[in-house]
Design a protein around this ligand. Structure first.
Ligand code: PLP
Length: 366
């Protein structure tokens, strides 16, 4: 327990969040997968994936083959899909470890077709079509070729035709309906396949976005998938940082690199053992805030690599001493609020959570 901060991950909350999303899509007849890429969004795939499996989740999405290989050891019975597609030469790994590649191009489709013909077996794969993101998935020209010649999908077992929404967290954005129409057109042209469209936010756009499988990630980890309304999700993460030292400074004395903060009154400054080297965003300098129970303590001065400085002048004196803990992520400053103050999104706060924290997992055993 020499770490400067303790990160607590509530696995029961992860399980409850998955159940909430699964219940939300069930009336549409859709299943619910879980995206656990990037080490379960920084929370630890080793703990999170078995928890989700025990909660009933049977289908997982990762980005990389290596993530799929690691996940296979954690959930031997699950269906594992790999979003970034099969690199030529990796096919044996997919087969040996029972991983399902997402095919993002005609080249990927050809690769998988060749494999199936050569082995004389219809191995599973997903087909990802681009509908507006121009990121991954068959681009329009390749899609036109495929739509003219859907037999290109005959050699393998197409599990899902999928696409990805670019603006699902903005329910009023016309991109959503536009992408939905484009996706339906593709599905019509390719014929009768199961489909997957919605991530966390897409689930809340309504049943017509659910198709046969939703694949949420970030909402499982406590981020609000409906940023315009109160969150339906349970908080998963808390981060408590340890006070190393308390300084009393006079009016006009400076704090931190660049002397960007100057006290306007006699002030108490608590130095906490967390910094941008732990993933605490440097952009929170002079804008972030911590809590001691319900007392708010703003981050003053710049965030350093290993340290932040809090103005604790208004916090009761007995709550602030060497060894006392500050809520850096907690009930009054959940990840969404920290992200907003940092000018980023919760995904980035979570995936940056550092390796120096003392990590504590609660719940998740049954
Ligand atoms: C990451 C990802 C998801 C999960 O998205 P969230 O917004 O975290 O729910 C779903 N589908 C694809 C293709 C992704 O890359």
């Amino acid at each position: 327990m020499h770490a400067g901060a303790t990160l607590t991950v509530d696995l029961n909350a992860v399980a409850a969040n998955w159940r909430l999303l699964a219940d939300r899509v069930a009336p549409s007849g859709a299943g619910c997968a879980a995206a656990v890429k990037a080490d379960a969004y920084g929370l630890g795939m080793r703990e999170v994936a078995p928890t989700l499996f025990r909660a009933g989740c049977r289908i997982f999405f990762v980005a990389l083959l290596d993530e799929g290989l690691a996940l296979r050891r954690l959930v031997p019975e699950a269906e594992i899909h790999v979003l970034n597609g099969p690199e030529p030469g990796t096919e044996p790994e997919y087969l040996e470890h029972d991983l399902i590649p997402v095919l993002n191009s005609l080249g990927d489709i050809q690769l998988w077709t060749d494999l199936c013909r050569w082995r004389n077996q219809r191995f599973p794969a997903d087909v990802h079509v681009n509908t507006a993101m121009s990121r991954l998935g068959l681009p329009a020209d390749e899609l036109a070729i495929l739509a003219d010649d859907p037999e290109r999908l005959d050699a393998f077992d197409v599990r899902y035709v999928m696409s990805h929404l670019s603006c699902a967290d903005e329910p009023k954005n016309p991109m959503n309906a536009m992408q939905l129409a484009a996706f339906k057109e593709v599905l019509g042209a390719l014929g009768g396949f199961n489909a997957s469209f919605a991530g966390s936010s897409g689930i809340f756009l309504g049943p017509e976005y659910h198709f046969q499988l939703a694949r949420p990630g970030v909402a499982l980890y406590g981020i609000n998938p409906t940023p315009d309304s109160p969150t339906p999700m349970r908080q998963v993460v808390s981060l408590k940082g340890k006070i190393l030292q308390v300084h009393t400074i006079d009016t006009d004395q400076a704090v931190g690199y660049g002397a960007t903060f100057r006290a306007q009154r006699q002030s108490r400054i608590a130095t906490v053992s967390v910094g941008y080297g732990d993933g605490y965003p440097r952009s929170l300098g002079n804008t972030g805030f911590a809590y001691f129970e319900s007392w708010r303590a703003p981050v003053v001065g710049r965030v350093s690599m290993d340290l932040i400085t809090l103005d604790v002048t208004d916090v009761p004196q007995d709550a602030v001493h060497t060894g006392a803990l500050a809520d850096l992520i907690g009930p009054l400053n959940p990840v969404d609020a920290v992200a907003r103050a940092a000018g980023t999104i919760g995904h980035e706060i979570l995936t940056n959570l550092g390796p120096r924290y003392n990590r504590v997992y609660t719940g998740g055993n049954s």
